[in-house]
Design a protein around this ligand. Structure first.
Ligand code: SMG
Ligand code: MG
Length: 368
């Protein structure tokens, strides 16, 4: 399979409600879509880098630049095979989200040409999945309770609350008291705490949380390990894990007992599967994280989350939780579950009308 050209397309999707985390507030999802055109057909993927480098060092314009200047030039001469993409990018340090987008678009084209679904290719064992929802920091606890109530009524299997210093024990306590012990509840700090906060964070143990996600800085496995030794709430890593090697190191250090796998953060679906394999071999559950994906990223994430080690509900919510209008047909919750796409490739393509309406810029890069 030979690459003939690549389209980079920026889209802007207004969120139905602002999403506030310890890192800031988002009202619009600016996303970068990648369409590869090959001699065997096309493939689509989404780059999950955000507009600003706050969640991780990558950002949308930077990712587009890396794709354009450093990734595509090495792919154009290759005979494309999805497994050959990541090795071809090895000389470029980091930039996992840019690499993931290109690899996934190639994978989509390659699988489509062979009539295979991404789910089958990765080794999916389920056709539909219970999923979770990530709830931002609210103006008031009452507003938070209303939001959680709505999501539970919609059928979400797990509720994750974003926390930060000043918005932690009280909202968690009130949500637990209001909705009872039967609700799977987790929290995500997005690195907002420091080692000195360990005694404070252990007070969360009173609320039966299924996990606390990434309390400390991405590079600080040591503090995560110290906390994990004192906390009865399981520790989950997100930002800290950018490869299977990181996952193995974190497991060896007892820095976590659960891993959030985001394909973009780790350089693609093949590396994501390796992390799944490492975690599974060590008896750790994993789940699929979310980056407010468009339908393209959501489709591929559902395929990954159908692997056997993904035993916890992922941040893969229905389209309506994020967007009024998406670039693809909407994903919906049916009986509390989301269907895993079964068509060729990622199983979905953009709707041309929606795509055009949401596009803010396009760029075509031809093979030399
Ligand atoms: O896609 O449902 C979603 C969002 C899930 O909370 C979510 N993602 O740290 O896990 C996380 C955040 C990262 C994106 S917001 C900075
Ligand atoms: Mg997180």
């Amino acid at each position: 399979m030979k690459l003939t050209g690549v389209e980079l397309r920026k889209v802007a999707l207004p969120l139905v409600t602002p999403f506030r985390t310890s890192l800031g507030t988002q009202t619009v999802r600016d996303a970068l879509l990648v369409r590869v055109v090959t001699d065997e057909g096309e493939g689509w993927a989404e780059c999950v880098a955000e507009d600003e480098p706050t969640y991780c060092p990558e950002y949308l314009e930077g990712a587009a630049d890396v794709i354009r200047r450093f990734l595509l030039p090495v792919l154009f001469p290759l005979d494309l095979d999805p497994a050959a993409v990541a090795p071809a990018f090895e000389h470029v340090r980091a930039h996992q989200m840019a690499k993931s987008a290109v690899e996934t678009a190639v994978l989509d084209a390659w699988l489509r040409a062979r009539g295979l679904s991404l789910a089958a290719y990765l080794g999916a064992v389920r056709r539909s999945l219970p999923v979770g929802v990530s709830v931002g920091i609210a103006e008031t606890v009452d507003a938070l309770l209303d939001t959680v109530d709505r999501h539970l009524a919609a059928g979400y299997a797990r509720v994750k609350l974003k926390i930060e210093p000043g918005w932690d024990l009280e909202p968690v306590k009130r949500v637990r008291e209001t909705f009872g012990a039967g609700v799977m509840l987790t929290v995500d700090a997005n690195t907002a705490y420091e080692a000195a906060d360990i005694p404070h964070l252990t007070r969360l143990d009173a609320y039966g949380l299924a996990m606390i996600e990434q309390p400390f800085a991405p590079g600080d496995l040591h503090t995560h390990a110290r906390f994990a030794a004192r906390s009865s709430t399981p520790v989950c890593l997100d930002e800290s894990i950018t490869s299977a090697r990181d996952a193995a190191a974190a497991i060896r250090m007892d820095a976590c007992s659960i891993i959030n796998i985001k394909p973009g953060r780790v350089g693609g679906y093949l590396e994501a599967r390796r992390i799944h394999d490492v975690a599974r071999a060590n008896g750790l559950p994993v789940w699929c994280g979310g980056m407010l994906e468009t339908g393209l990223g959501r489709a591929a994430n559902l395929a990954l989350a159908a692997l056997p080690g993904f035993t916890l509900p992922g941040d893969i919510s229905a389209t309506a939780r994020y967007y009024e209008r998406d670039v693809t047909a909407p994903f919906v919750l049916v009986g509390g579950e989301m269907a895993v796409p079964s068509g060729p490739g990622i199983g979905i393509t953009p709707d041309p009308e929606d795509l055009d309406a949401l596009t803010t810029a396009t760029e075509w890069i031809s093979a030399p």
